[in-house]
Design a protein around this ligand. Structure first.
Ligand SMILES: [Zn+2]
Length: 115
């Protein structure tokens, strides 16, 4: 009686022969494709379906990684530009310090020479 009480559970599958989309009774071990009549072992078909979804997950993951990399590259370019600007500012500051120091030394030595 347990067998008759069992509700038929259908699972979406893809026929290994004709790639037709099937609804297979998960309680059966084997089923026949309604399009080409190929015999499909339900467990096999289920595994294949899982593989497809895994592949989709992997593809999705790769897609996301590439988007992240693109973002990362843009971010790095921005940082490089900032760093270059920073270097230029640093150089300007350094030149100013040199100019002041040498100007100071020059002025002092001039004063010493004149006095
Ligand atoms: Zn088929």
């Amino acid at each position: 009686m347990g067998l008759f009480n069992k509700k038929p559970k259908y699972l979406a599958a893809i026929c290994p022969e004709c790639k037709g989309h099937l609804e297979l009774d998960a309680n059966l071990e084997t089923a026949f494709c309604q399009y080409c009549g190929a015999q499909c072992i339900v467990e096999n078909v289920r595994k294949k379906t899982k593989k497809v979804s895994k592949l989709e997950i992997v593809l999705d993951f790769i897609e996301r990684q590439q988007a992240l990399k693109r973002q990362d590259r843009a971010e790095r370019r921005r940082q490089e530009k900032e760093q270059e600007q920073e270097r230029k500012n640093e150089l300007k500051r350094t030149w100013w310090i040199y100019a002041l120091v040498f100007g100071g030394i020059f002025t002092v030595s001039l004063l010493i020479a004149l006095l």
